[in-house]
Design a protein around this ligand. Structure first.
Ligand code: ADP
Ligand code: MG
Length: 596
């Protein structure tokens, strides 16, 4: 796949800073002369190099997780082209407005980046393998998960490189470097004893030099305060171009005897996994095994900083969508108080995606309209792989809330219709994902208030997302709960005692609902407290009654749901604990190594 900036005549691809300087000098060094190049440090990032008063300024453009591009502290734009266009109208903090593009000479193509060709390939393979997807569903998953996936893959990609030797000692590293030819710049990377720290070992003048690679709090790698990189792989590629703080540029890779003896190439999947692609396997016989054979936990994808954590970021994310970009199908996916949810297609700049559209049936009823807008504004703040993403709102024949499509539908229906084909392990996998999404809400001080199996939607059998934020609230910074003014049409069977008694809603109350959701899932979609009416359930709970253990429920899961139903909210675990218990149990049953 070509870089999206490939066709810009002032885009030079993967050139170094000094090469950029050379091009600008050749271009005449007039004020506002500029070019665009790929950033060698940030995944998917660029650098804008601009001349002002005979000096050259370099501005890194970061690609954010929501797919927008911004210069640090500047506005977000949907692509590098739009960003350049913006700064050609307004300097907005840069040394100068962009006046004159420094054009590539005829016949000069942008220099390919080391990551270009392989990124797309790896992304696709990863999504295909981990989620067992094909066709349209695969494309959908790639669109909605691309930023997280890119980072995940790139952070483990070094393990496939010939220069990566794993956890070998310093002495072993020297032995390997000294074996065979000993040119300057011969190098390898190894893992140090301290967890997750690495070292670069290099030969220069027949001596071995060792550099510790630091990992800072934000997850960036660097050597002794040098440039910071998102991944080890990028650090190596950068040091091949520039001896930034080390004695020599990296030249020849010292090959790891246990890696294939080939130059740096796109990591490929082990043959046994490749052969699985496209084969119809037993519906529940599929165990996710991510790229490289290492288990990557779903929560790894949620650890990234939300692009919307800064309220400033919200300004540029467009809430309203154009009606002409939306095709609405007649197919109804579901319905509720507000109206119905229809299937549709949303045409984006370069692709189209399947969407679910919540259509307000009665636009004249202001309270319903306000509610749907509140739901949209709430969803706009959310950014997590296990939460349904909102695409935007469209005000046309009706007010419509457009979301990414979760084609598998609600978890309770899915499980009750497929109970003979779904294993308990599969159910645990999905519940763990829900706990990851809920942990994200807890961390961000949001309460869901309607967590139930009906509001967990499936992208596919192995991929769940939390939805329906119609009752959700943000908790004030100084509060630990939201207090509802009056009781409403509430899902009482899912509510904790303090919700009913004191109208107090916290993440701990969501934990109670998670317990009920666990029960629903582990009973394959049964209705909780079967024939009991709301008030009966309330009194049953007050008297210490709880739902029975589901027939096939593992002990660990039964214990956890009971913990979720701890009467006093102060004593109830939060999602941090619940997620960790879910994860440990899920790891235990899949018997996968938990450390990379
Ligand atoms: P309500 O507030 O009425 O419960 P929901 O947001 O839960 O509204 O949506 C109602 C139904 O519409 C869901 O149960 C589901 O069947 C369908 N639905 C909602 N959102 C989606 C989506 N993103 N993808 C697929 N189906 C959806
Ligand atoms: Mg619902």
């Amino acid at each position: 796949m070509r870089d999206i900036a490939y066709n810009l005549p002032f885009f030079y691809g993967s050139i170094s800073r000094s090469e950029a300087d050379d091009y600008l000098r050749l271009g005449g060094m007039s004020d506002g002369l500029f070019l665009l190049r790929l950033c060698l440090r940030n995944l998917g990032g660029y650098v804008l190099s601009v001349v002002y008063e005979l000096k050259i300024y370099h501005y890194p453009i970061e690609r954010q997780l929501n797919g927008t591009y911004a210069i640090a502290g500047g506005k977000a734009h949907c692509g590098p082209e739009e960003l350049c266009e913006y700064y050609s109208r307004d300097a907005d903090g840069l040394c100068s407005v962009l006046r004159k593009p420094c054009l590539r000479a005829a016949g000069v193509e942008p220099k390919p980046g080391v990551f270009d060709s392989i990124r797309e390939h790896m992304l696709r393979e990863y999504a295909r393998q981990t989620w067992n997807l094909e066709g349209e569903a695969l494309e959908q998953a790639i669109i909605s998960q691309a930023p997280q996936l890119q980072k995940l893959i790139a952070t483990t990609a070094h393990e496939k490189m010939v220069w990566y030797h794993g956890p070998i000692s310093r002495e072993d590293a020297e032995r390997r470097l000294y074996s065979g030819a000993q040119p300057d710049g011969k190098f390898l990377l190894r893992q140090r004893k301290e967890a997750a720290t690495y070292a670069l070992s290099m030969l220069y003048g027949k001596s071995a030099y060792h550099y510790k690679i630091d990992l800072d709090k934000s997850g960036k790698f660097s050597i002794t305060d040098g440039s910071k990189f998102d991944t080890l792989w990028q650090l190596v590629e950068y040091l091949k171009l520039k001896s930034d703080g080390v004695i020599n540029v990296l030249r020849e890779a010292c090959n790891n005897p246990s890696q294939p003896n080939e130059p740096v190439k796109p990591p490929s999947l082990p043959p046994n996994r490749q052969s699985v692609v496209g084969l119809a396997c037993n519906p529940d016989g599929y165990t996710p095994e991510p790229f490289g054979g290492h288990r990557i936990h779903p929560e790894d994808t949620s650890s990234y900083v939300s692009p919307y954590s800064d309220p400033e970021e919200l300004k540029d994310k467009k809430l309203y969508l154009k009606r002409e970009c939306l095709l609405i199908d007649e197919v109804e996916l579901g319905s509720g108080n507000f109206g119905c949810v229809k299937k549709g297609v949303y045409k984006m700049r370069k692709k189209q995606i399947d969407v679910a559209i919540k259509v307000l049936k009665n636009d004249n009823e202001k309270s319903l309209k306000d509610e749907l807008m509140k739901e949209a504004e709430f969803m706009q703040k959310l950014d997590n792989p296990y939460i349904v993403r909102m695409i935007g709102v469209c005000q046309a024949e009706h007010l419509m809330l457009v979301m990414e499509m979760a084609a598998g539908g609600p978890l309770n229906k899915f499980l009750s219709s497929k109970k003979d084909h779904i294993s308990i392990d599969n159910v645990v996998e999905l519940l763990h994902q829900v706990s990851v999404g809920m942990k994200y809400l807890e961390e961000n001080n949001f309460v869901h208030r309607d967590l139930a199996a009906r509001n967990v939607l499936l992208v596919n059998q192995h991929y769940a997302k939390i939805s329906d934020f119609g009752l959700s609230k943000a908790i004030g910074a100084d509060d630990s709960y939201y207090k509802a003014r009056t009781a409403g049409k509430w899902p009482v069977k899912w509510y904790a005692p303090e919700c009913i008694n004191f109208r107090k809603f916290s993440s701990k109350a969501d934990v109670w609902s998670f317990g009920i959701t666990m029960w629903e899932a582990l009973t394959f979609g049964q209705k909780p407290y079967k024939k009991m009416k709301g008030p009966e359930v309330v009194s049953f709970i007050e008297h210490g009654g709880r739902l029975d253990r589901p027939a096939e429920c593992p002990d660990e899961m039964h214990e956890l749901m009971q913990e979720c139903w701890t009467y006093k909210w102060e004593d109830r675990p939060g999602f941090e604990k619940v997620e960790s218990k879910m994860r440990n149990y899920h790891d235990q049953i899949t018997q996968k190594p938990t450390t990379v």
